[in-house]
Ligand binder design. Structure first.
Ligand code: AMP
Ligand code: MN
Ligand code: MN
Ligand code: MN
Length: 276
């Protein structure tokens, strides 16, 4: 059985390993086909491709796009995109704009909650000057003892309704899918089980996603429980969408699943790679 993992991060976004180490780690854990999907970024793909050639595994060029749909932030994983495509590159640059200003506002909000110097603190964890993420703030909060771990940082800070949360407007859904398709790629709705959304709105979202050219949803993800693997397999079939799987690996010990630990897609879901 070929092992696919179509979602992970490197130091070009909020992962802690450079792309070459990500690829070598995935290969060592039995992954055969790996998509590197840094947030709103393509810069790591060259290094990943070189390492994949050495390891004799297949590297799929990808990215994870930040999207605002109604009042929700969604993530759309792009796979098999042409990294040189200008439309996609400009789109991603447009999404990245605003991250620095948001980071300043996050730090201001944390200061009001009694946590000073969070911007300098978070910057110590930033590994690409093009991308500062809430994850970098979470690592700062954990390392300085304000919270137990990164997960706790997101529970107590950085999410809607908590100190350190700053609303932000990312790309529109149809726009992001358009950039992905324009670059020859396929759009996958990432970890649908993570969105705080009613069943009714989930159905609306999936209909809109499919009608805008979306191809698949992540069924097997470290963000999902085994019950959610089944739930989203059922959604995929009902909406004529394919299924995908990805660890969403960010850092050793930090993510819920290690490379190679993904269970197979539930029976009856057409894999997003069925036509590759
Ligand atoms: P940003 O794109 O800067 O808003 O940051 C989003 C990132 O924060 C996600 O890609 C995850 O890596 C991380 N994240 C969000 N929620 C959580 C959570 N509950 N636990 C751990 N990491 C999270
Ligand atoms: Mn992330
Ligand atoms: Mn995500
Ligand atoms: Mn991710």
């Amino acid at each position: 059985m070929i092992q696919y993992d179509l979602h992970c991060h490197s130091t070009y976004s909020d992962g802690v390993l450079p792309p070459g180490d990500v690829v070598r780690r995935a290969a060592a854990h039995g992954v055969d086909v790996l998509a590197l999907t840094d947030h709103d970024e393509l810069q790591g793909l060259g290094e990943a491709r070189a390492a994949a050639a050495e390891e004799a595994i297949e590297l799929i060029p990808g990215s994870e796009l930040s999207v605002t749909w109604e009042r929700h932030t969604l993530h759309v994983v792009a796979v098999r995109i042409d990294p040189k495509n200008e439309g996609l590159r400009e789109g991603l640059a447009a999404i990245r704009v605003g991250r620095d200003a948001r980071a300043q506002k996050i730090a201001d909000s944390l200061r009001e909650a009694g946590i000073p110097d969070a911007l300098d603190g978070a910057r110590k964890y930033v590994t690409s000057d093009r991308l500062i993420s809430r994850t970098h703030f979470a690592r700062f909060l954990a390392e300085t003892g304000h919270v137990r771990d990164v997960h706790d940082a997101f529970k107590r800070y950085l999410v809607a309704g908590k100190p350190g949360y700053v609303p932000h407007s990312w790309a529109a859904l149809a726009e992001a899918i358009g950039w992905i398709r324009g670059a020859g790629g396929q759009a996958i709705l990432a970890h649908p089980g993570r969105y705080a959304i009613s069943n009714r709105d989930m159905r609306r979202l999936l209909g809109e996603f499919r009608d805008s050219g979306g191809e698949a949803i992540e069924v097997v993800s470290s963000s999902h429980t085994p019950a959610q693997f089944i739930e989203y397999a059922t959604y995929a079939r009902a909406f004529g969408l394919k299924g995908s799987c990805g660890s969403d690996f960010h850092a050793p010990g930090e993510s819920w699943m290690e490379f190679g630990d993904l269970p197979p897609l539930p029976v009856g879901v057409e894999p997003v790679w069925s036509t590759w």
